[in-house]
Design a protein around this ligand. Sequence first.
Ligand code: NAI
Length: 738
Amino acid sequence: MSAPLSYAGKVVLVTGAGGGLGREYALAFGERGASVVVNDLGGDIKGGGKSSAAADKVVEEIKAKGGKAVANYDSVEDGEKLIQTALDTFGRIDILVNNAGILRDRSFARTSDLDWDLIHRVHLRGSFLVTRAAWNHMKNQKFGRIIMTSSAAGIYGNFGQANYSAAKLGLLGLANTLAIEGGKYNIHCNTIAPTAGSRLTQTVMPPDLLESLKAEYVAPLVLWLCHEECQENGGLFEVGAGWIGKLRWERTIGSIIRHKNQTMTPEEVRDKWDKICDFTNATKPATIQESLQTLVEVLSEVDTGGAIRASPTSALNSAASDISPAQAVGTVLPETTFNYTHMQCILYALGVGMSTKEPDHLKFLYEGHEDFSCLPTFAVIAAQASMMEGGLSTVPGLSFDPTRLLHGEQYLELYKPLPTSGTLTSKASIADILDKGSGAVILLDVHTYSKQELVCYSQFSVFIVGSGGFGGKRASDKAVPTVAAPNRAPDVVVVDETGRDQAALYRLSGDWNPLHIDPSFAAMGGFKSPILHGLCSFGFAARHVLKQYADNDVSRFKSIKVRFVKPVFPGQSLQTEMWKEGNRIHLLSKVKESGAVVLSGAYIDLHAAPDASVSTAPAQTGGLQSDLVFAEIGRRIKDLGAELVKKVNAIFGWEITKGGKTAAQWTIDLKTGSGALHEGPYTGKADVTFTVSDEDFMEVVTGKLNPQKAFFAGKLKVKGNIMMSQKLEIILKDYAKL
Ligand code: NAI
């Protein structure tokens, strides 16, 4: 169990806290360390009368338990005064629970102006006024948690509650916008629709039920939503009887009934009614942008006269006949070859934001660095060639408009660190195709090889907008799933700026889509300016984790999975939030300036850190640490000797000293046949001979001591062809690292 939630140091205002639900919240906050402003007008259920007794009683209850509380007797219609009490007494306001409420139930025909106005004044206008009074304080302190209290009567409607339903759903609309405006200031606004026995419900519920639907079953949700750890924002929850559920909107795929140069008619609405109302494969738009996006798609669909669609009458499901999983799944794409040198590795590293400003980035930016490495995520550059070269369009049963292709998710798993130069071949195949209603998801599996050896496996998940509705399945066991981050504050947060030219730089690694450089092309896609590549943000996040948790050791990198959520504009800052759970690092990337989530459901799996005892163990009695390394070199020569002979073509003599005396001698022959390791003195034909102490040898092998430095410091003596010592790296770095 994780730590209990504390509200120490937080100032909470609960409106209408003199009884019912509000009292329960106030007591719960008070018990957990918050300073509580208990507001209640102390009126009757219909909004008449006034008394200080209700609030005073709750304040006493909190104090009796050792808590801190103050009463306020103003109506929520005096919003400023309530907040002023918080400021005067406790100096700040952190959490606001808008809860005060009254009822004036009438059948609609009998609803008077007063019935309507009073309900709106207390619920909707009251919540507005108190929240507005708190807003700037929360904004300035970059923290705020706000609850709006809606009702099932608003969500679903209820006989005799027209006034109340309207005000209650009005609160949800208010919360939806506050969630958007407050997000970047860490002000979160959520809405609850509670059900509990109280004086408000005693007239509508049977006594037994009233008794069992306790207010204390609602308070835990309110407390969690108001905790600083809780990242929920803009949510709507039903809560009661000890159960909590979340609600969201669902929308049918719908139907386009307008045609180019034709009048739109009610008859066609009638004829398409079933389709318009058919919730099969319904989508769940969550933002106004998503909602508008559909309209933009419809406009272009109608404008082209449906030319790009098989069936022009329904853009959003018209592509049905274009996607045929039966034909496409299993298709193997033409093999692609990717040649690269250290140049591409460095260009990629710059593309994903590495800089010489950070000294530890040098190993990715300088080919002469003793530990020059290629970033693991560079592997996607080689793998993506299968798609870049138009591969997908050659697949039978896959016909779609490439401008509707979005990169949805990415998985990458490395089986060995990427070479810093060489040739990689990639074999891609269609693993599966899913029907998400609003679009099709193509899962493309790519296996990438260096010669015969499998280097990595990638899965590209591409979303084709508007190509859904072909009757395919919604999920696949072939898909590598995303995993939600743990429900706690991140362990580490790293913020990194992207440059104004980040996309211009990244694209040189091989993604030439004009969307990332050409403003007019970006505008066609609905963006205000060219956007950063999703895989560039992916590269940023991966290197943040590699640095934070693996000391930039590329051999520790195992795999990465991300879902691409929102675009980033070059120049914005990327914020990577990380959670460590064993060897898995969960991550969430956001645009720092807007708080928009960029990568979600993401994680990186690392290999466990090598057992430190290997490199730091003292020499075994009688033995030398270097013996282990030579034994390993011997094994590698057995496996890869022929290749090494080709690369190195030299014989190395070794003299290992201990306490100033020769303790062992070795000959590494990488010139004759397929190579060999001999123990004992060299026979005189070595190209170069090294003399080094057992300890310093280990320092060099484990990368702590650079061989050049060791040489200049007199720790490593070299006889013979000194240039050959450069080849030493090939053996030590690639073949002796334990
Ligand atoms: P309640 O009547 O026990 O509590 C409401 C409190 O608000 C009362 O103590 C009242 O004095 C106070 N209040 C009324 N007008 C005020 C004003 N102008 N300024 C300050 N305080 C004022 O009722 P309950 O059930 O605890 O309701 C709390 C909230 O939950 C209300 O907003 C209600 O509409 C909502 N709700 C409750 C449901 C339930 O099943 N109890 C169902 C759905 C919503």
